[in-house]
Design a protein around this ligand. Structure first.
Ligand code: NAD
Length: 442
């Protein structure tokens, strides 16, 4: 099929490469000319495992092209996929301006039958508004006779950064919200070759499903963080609790890692947006308000813990390991790690950070006074303590005797419990995790 993708970010690019791999012809469109120029030359503008190789493969086959000119590629399109960003507004709602701008642009040029597929995460009712916006724009451009040829489907994306391509090719489910059997068939055809569970439902249900999924995951994280805080106060170990409850198939082991809370480009904005959607529909979603509050408090508690152990942070040298919102990506959007770094900096700490992939993206978002090292060990040179904020696997492989020798004080604050099982006390470290007592080092 001929697929035009509008918005070539994490979701748009992954989808573009994925649909091309499935045998479709894909044109990726973006308003960011620099990004498109880089992609055209085969440079992926973010770190994602396997993405560059997969892009080169499809470019060599000629199955994917990049452009800023929507009008140039729209003529052939059988499907137009919307993958523009839907960030939070200052009041927590989804900002839909990129989406409606794209919809207007589509309407300006569209002159044939097409299915619009929305992958962006959008509040309930948005897909119908997108369709109406495209049709209004067609009316303005004198093509009102063709508006009935445009149909829409909500196909929310569930990929995870760090395993984006794999998640695209092997999704646990594909949710399609549509009103017409032909639309369901088109969406199935563009995914031909993917084995998965299909959930065919109404447009509103598909829209809300995406928010429900992210809100559920965020709830698990805030829940285990609450348990961690009780564990700390009672001498229990949250890691063992998480393991034990995770063995219960009704609960499952995932998203039960206590720490500094969730971040990233999706959870914070989607949880806030769902809270807003509930409020706008006259419903007070109390649980979600608590999930957000717990997540924010988790950062406060972690910084407070560092202050309690080290005292005044003014001029204290702290090594920071990890800036990305999670390992496997250089994405720092709404990263809890960055938030902690900003707070420590504001308290006067002298910070030296290392992240294996996210330094470039993090530098843009952090105060200039923070320095960066090119290895984890170098970051710890002369440090009064080490603060671990992202769970990069390589942090577990450093030489801990060397690390200790390079630090002034062998103190580790681990915001991800990433090193909790390494018995660091045997190397002479004082280890502080989240929900594991300082004495509890196993
Ligand atoms: N990143 C994820 O892991 C993820 C996972 C699932 C769902 N989502 C959802 O997918 C959507 C996209 O997320 P993302 O992380 O890929 O965003 P992103 O910010 O990485 O990419 C969005 C792209 O859209 C482009 N854009 C904006 N307006 C445009 C327009 N009018 N025409 C053409 N291009 C335009 C931007 O320049 C940008 O390159 C969001 O709704 C997000 O919530 C993201």
């Amino acid at each position: 099929m001929n697929i035009v993708i509008i918005g070539t970010g994490y979701v748009g690019l992954t989808s573009g490469i994925g649909y091309a791999k499935l045998g479709n012809r894909v044109a990726c469109v973006d308003i960011d000319a620099e990004k498109i120029a880089k992609l055209d030359l085969g440079h992926v503008p973010f770190y994602e495992i396997g993405m560059t190789e997969a892009l080169h493969q499809e470019q060599e086959l000629g199955s994917i092209v990049f452009t800023t000119d929507l009008s140039a590629v729209l003529g052939e399109a059988e499907v137009i996929l919307l993958a523009v960003g839907t960030p939070s507004t200052s009041t927590g709602e989804a900002n839909l301006s990129f989406l409606f701008q794209a919809a207007k642009e589509i309407g300006k040029y569209l002159d044939h039958e097409v299915v619009i597929v929305t992958k962006s995460t959008v509040p309930v009712g948005t897909n119908r508004r997108v369709l109406a916006t495209i049709q209004e724009s067609m009316n303005v451009s004198g093509r009102s006779d063709l508006t009935s040829l445009i149909q829409i489907a909500s196909v929310p994306e569930f990929l995870r950064e760090g395993s984006a391509l794999k998640d695209f090719m092997e999704p646990e489910r594909i949710v399609v919200g549509a009103e017409d059997e032909v639309v369901f068939a088109v969406v199935e055809a563009m995914h031909y070759g993917i084995k998965t569970t299909w959930v065919k439902t109404s447009i509103e249900t598909a829209e809300l499903t995406k928010y429900a999924a992210n809100a559920m995951l965020a709830t698990k994280i805030s829940f285990i963080n609450e348990i961690a805080n009780i564990a700390e106060r009672t001498g229990a170990n949250v890691r063992d609790i998480a393991y034990a409850i995770g063995l219960d198939s009704r609960i499952g082991p995932h998203f039960l890692q206590a720490g500094i809370g969730y971040g990233g480009s999706c959870f914070p904005k989607d949880v806030s947006a769902l809270h807003q959607i509930a409020g706008a529909n006259g419903y007070d979603f109390k649980l979600l308000a608590a999930v957000i509050e717990v997540n924010n408090r988790q950062r406060d508690l972690f910084v407070k813990k560092i202050q309690e152990v080290l005292g005044n942070l003014k001029g204290r040298r702290l090594a920071v390991w990890g800036l990305a919102f999670k390992s496997g990506t250089d994405d720092v959007r709404e990263s809890a790690s960055l938030e902690i770094v900003r707070r420590l900096y504001a308290l006067g700490a002298d910070l030296c950070a290392f992240d294996p992939k996210a330094e470039v993206s993090a530098r843009r978002m952090l105060p200039e006074g923070i320095s960066f090292a090119s290895t984890a060990i170098d970051a710890a040179e002369g440090a009064d303590a080490l603060v671990v904020l992202t769970e990069w696997p390589e942090f577990r492989d450093v030489s801990f005797p060397t690390l200790k020798a390079r630090m002034i004080d062998p103190i580790i604050f681990d915001g991800r419990n990433h090193l909790a099982d390494l018995s660091l006390s045997k190397f002479g470290f004082r280890y502080y995790g989240v929900g594991v007592c300082p004495s509890d080092r196993s």
